[in-house]
Design a protein around this ligand. Structure first.
Ligand SMILES: [Zn+2]
Length: 299
């Protein structure tokens, strides 16, 4: 069993999606992939939990920089379309920060990728060498099959990744801080009104411009458009297009008006003396105000 201490969760891939062991190969490579999607590490891991998906990775890094393990480092994940590469590599799926174009990656995800690579290199005692061929210790999916993976953005930054990781291994640079995931003031259940710009999966496609209100049904931390409205019927939005919102109703019991409570007190439903006071205060009522009304009614 081998897992980086940087992985804060394990989303175990279905055993039909990887191979036990590494055919005796030593771990001496890292292969970063891109998710071609904006996901958290846990969301990507769920994909590899479907039986017979025939794909997996050792780790995933979410758009928020969160790291999850999917396949134990002792085992060969099916990620790079190359048995020999995947036997020697720890493979890492990295979330994009938006879909299409160069398939960029967030700063948080990049920092986590750097830190995870440093951790792997330290534990297995190798440096990152990127020479554009499968012989280097930093390899990419499109060396082995016709695929866009790892996307232009990550592909162009592979030399920089090797440089940055090696500098940290040499003690010349400090490890980057993984920024804390952003927090959102809005929460699931909030009703929002938006200015008419609806987006699907972080593209700019308008979905349903006729409607302007919806309920937040999912939040993907770190995504460009983090709020999913009405389970996708209204698409994804961000704070910039929300013009108004009302909070989800809380679970607090609805308060009765003080006249009703005073009547209940008179009927004896709230007890007497100290007990009455305690129960009224605990339920969120102003004891003095209600008692005054009770006294008035009883006169
Ligand atoms: Zn890939």
């Amino acid at each position: 069993m081998a897992k980086s201490s940087l992985a804060t969760s394990v989303v175990a891939a279905n055993p039909s999606n990887y191979t036990l062991g590494r055919k005796g190969y030593k771990i001496c490579k890292i292969t970063p992939h891109h998710m071609a999607s904006v996901l958290t590490a846990a969301q990507c891991g769920k994909i590899f939990q479907s039986p017979n998906r025939n794909a997996s990775a050792n780790y995933g890094i979410g758009n928020d920089g969160g790291i999850a393990q999917y396949v134990d480092e002792d085992n060969r994940a099916w990620t790079s379309s190359s048995v020999s590469n995947d036997c020697q590599a720890i493979t890492i799926e990295v979330s994009n920060s938006s879909i299409g174009g160069d398939y960029p990656v967030s700063k948080a995800a990049w920092n986590s990728l750097v830190n995870l690579c440093v951790d792997i290199c330290k534990r297995y005692n190798f440096r990152l060498v990127y020479d554009g061929t499968p012989n280097g210790s930093l390899t990419k999916h499109n060396m082995f099959s016709k695929t866009q993976c790892p996307g232009n953005y990550l592909e162009n930054k592979l030399p920089e990744l090797a440089k940055e990781v090696n500098a940290i291994l040499d003690g010349a640079n400090q490890a980057p801080e993984s920024p804390a995931p952003p927090t959102y003031s809005r929460k699931i259940g909030d009703k929002v009104t938006i200015n008419g710009v609806y987006v699907a999966s972080n593209s700019t496609k308008k979905l349903n411009p006729a409607r302007t209100t919806g309920t937040i049904t999912r939040i993907v931390v770190g995504a460009l458009n983090p709020y999913l409205l009405d389970n996708g019927n209204l698409g994804w939005v961000n704070d910039n297009v929300i013009v108004n919102s009302s909070e989800a109703p809380s679970n607090e019991p609805v308060k009765k008006d003080i006249n009703t409570i005073a009547e209940e007190v008179i009927k004896g439903l709230w007890g007497n003396g100290a007990e009455r006071k305690k129960r009224l205060v605990d339920a969120g009522y102003n004891f003095e105000e209600i008692q005054k009304l009770v006294n008035k009614k009883l006169k």
